[in-house]
Write a protein that binds this ligand. Structure first.
Ligand code: NI
Length: 227
């Protein structure tokens, strides 16, 4: 399931964050690559232990934990501290799959990557190329979202970032372990939750059928969630 999460950051907040991190020192993007990805990755990344990274991570994590659509779609168990990358002309990240397990060197935490997420920080009008291409059951689909919007996609997917041909693309990316590992189960929960929210807005939370569907949603989460 691919889910676009609009307005994780407002356009102003995204621009401020982009300006803050753009001024920091960047390193070769292969610092966090698995062996397979390193050969196809040409970009730069903010060092994981830099002060600018910690500050930016705090802003992004707070915004995500306050976003109902993100929480409903991801059902997060553990979120890897967000990272930041930038692509200038000629830089790209070729077709790859994300590692199944990520270790965080700072905390020693280990997560299974169920979902990958890109939070776009540069407006699409400010760079050419740099689309996020993700392979799914309907073929390859290209994505380029407005600054402040995020895209959640299954970490099982093959994906790539096409070469930037002009301008610069700065983004935030991270992985997360979901309480519900199975993509199909998580997708059904998300669909059900969206419908319950819509019905609840029409009929009120205390409507008998809304209550029954709400109970069904929580009982399915109980059945499928792994803590
Ligand atoms: Ni990737």
């Amino acid at each position: 399931m691919l889910v676009a999460i609009p307005d994780v950051l407002s356009p102003d907040a995204a621009a401020r964050l982009r300006e803050q991190i753009a001024a920091a020192d960047w390193i070769d993007g292969n610092a966090t690559s698995g062996a397979g990805a390193a050969s196809v990755k040409r970009n730069r990344q903010l060092p994981e232990n830099a002060e600018a990274t910690a500050n930016a991570q705090g802003q992004v994590t707070a915004a995500l934990m306050d976003n109902a659509a993100f929480l409903s779609a991801a059902l997060p168990h553990s979120v890897f501290p967000p990272l930041f990358n930038r692509y200038g002309p000629g830089e790209e990240f070729g077709l790859h799959v994300d590692n199944a397990i990520r270790f965080h060197s700072g905390s020693g935490a280990r997560i299974r990557t169920d979902l990958s997420c890109t939070l776009f920080l540069t407006d699409p009008g400010d760079y050419e190329g740099g689309e996020l291409e993700i392979e799914g059951s309907f073929g390859m689909v290209r994505h380029k979202l407005p600054a402040g919007h995020a895209l959640l996609y299954p970490s099982t997917s093959l994906h790539r970032v096409t070469p930037v041909t002009s301008g610069e693309r700065i983004s935030c990316f991270f992985w997360l372990q979901s309480l519900v590992a199975d993509n199909a189960a998580r997708e059904m929960l998300y669909d059900l939750d969206q419908s319950v929210q819509a019905l609840s807005a029409e009929r009120g939370k205390t409507d008998a059928q809304v209550l029954r569907l709400t109970a069904l949603y929580h009982n399915l989460v109980r059945r499928w969630a792994q803590s």
